[in-house]
Design a protein around this ligand. Structure first.
Ligand code: BJW
Ligand code: ZN
Length: 269
């Protein structure tokens, strides 16, 4: 794995230079992945043993052709995940990210997650790059479809559930997520790319940064002079790019960063 600046493992030793830059920033982008929701009990994708793609085949569940082949298998699996998300609560990392906005002029959360835990924690500007499980839509006419969670507590890995039909054109309703090989929602992508290109600091939290084009955002921020701060308990390919690697759980590191920042801003007032 790539090396980079020496990782910081102690949340009580957040460097002054990192807080300096945050306190002077006009715009911060917080780029998040599945790891930010891990402490809420939502599985990540690629963590060894527990990651979804370690236990399930992405080709059979997260591609448009999988849905055409086996719509009930795919729909049931996503309903199982939607039920888990409905039961989950935002964790200290989501809350710290929402709290950042009290100390900085503009904070834009760009998330790859399909849960709504940032919004539920109080973040106001949240861009969803890979969709949102709460926004199912018709495969033909694209109209939104609202429905109650269908697989509230069983089984461990979901069961086949027939997807609902669109009320307008009777076609199948699909999960509101971005599968492999599909384009990202145009507006969300444009906004995220603009934000990353114009921010002063990009915080990359809980992502392996392996999935493109999302993973290009920290790189484009760094290329335009932004400071990149990574929060992740594991080394990733981004270690070399990041100016600071906070090597720990987001729910521990981010509250420490925000507490330091609030002290600095209060001290300066
Ligand atoms: C913690 C923690 C704690 C744990 N605290 N941290 C360029 C190069 C190579 C490939 C491509 C390329 N461009 C496009 C591609 C193809 C593909 C791709 O990137 N493939 C790569 C995997 C090789 N990309 C696409 O297909 C994208 N579309 C596209 O490019 O469209 C153009 C196009 C059109 C037509 C044809 C071809 C191209 C779409 C990608 C969609 C990704 N979809 C998924 C599923 C979404 C729906 C669902 O939820 O089921 O999105 S895949 C999955 O990965 C999900 C995630 O959003 C995404 C990223 O994962 P993430 O969030 O980083 O999770 P993990 O598990 O990987 O990492 C978690 C991290 O957290 C770990 O590092 C842990 O250590 C850490 N952690 N506990 C902090 N407590
Ligand atoms: Zn329809």
């Amino acid at each position: 794995m790539a090396s980079g600046p020496a990782p910081i493992e102690d949340a009580s030793a957040i460097p002054d230079a990192l807080i300096d830059r945050l306190s002077q920033a006009r715009r911060i982008v917080v780029f998040t992945g599945a790891g930010v929701s891990a402490e809420s009990g939502i599985a990540t994708f690629r963590d060894r043993n527990t990651g979804l793609w370690e236990r399930f085949d992405a080709h059979e569940l997260a591609t448009p052709s999988a849905f055409v082949r086996e719509p009930a298998l795919v729909w049931g699996w996503y309903e199982w995940r939607r039920a888990a998300i409905a039961r989950a609560q935002p964790n200290p990392a989501h809350r710290a990210i929402a709290q950042l906005a009290n100390s900085v002029a503009e904070v834009c959360v760009v998330t790859q997650n399909v849960d709504n835990l940032h919004e539920r924690a109080g973040s106001k500007q949240v861009v969803h790059l890979h969709g949102n499980l709460a926004q199912a839509r018709c495969i033909r006419c694209g109209r939104a479809h609202k429905h109650a969670v269908q697989a509230p507590d069983e089984p461990e890995n979901g069961r086949a559930v027939e997807p609902p039909r669109c009320r307008h054109c009777n076609s199948l309703v699909r999960p509101g997520v971005v599968w492999f090989g599909e384009s990202l929602p145009e507006d969300a992508w444009q906004l995220a790319a603009d934000m990353a290109a114009s921010c002063d600091v990009l915080l990359s939290v809980g992502t392996s940064a392996l999935v493109y084009p999302a993973a290009s955002l920290p790189r484009s921020a760094a290329a335009r002079g932004a400071m990149v701060i990574q929060v992740n308990p594991m080394a990733t390919d981004m270690d070399r790019l990041a100016h600071f690697n906070l090597r720990g759980a987001a729910g521990v590191m981010l509250p420490a960063v925000v507490a330091n920042l609030e002290n600095r801003v209060r001290g300066a007032a």
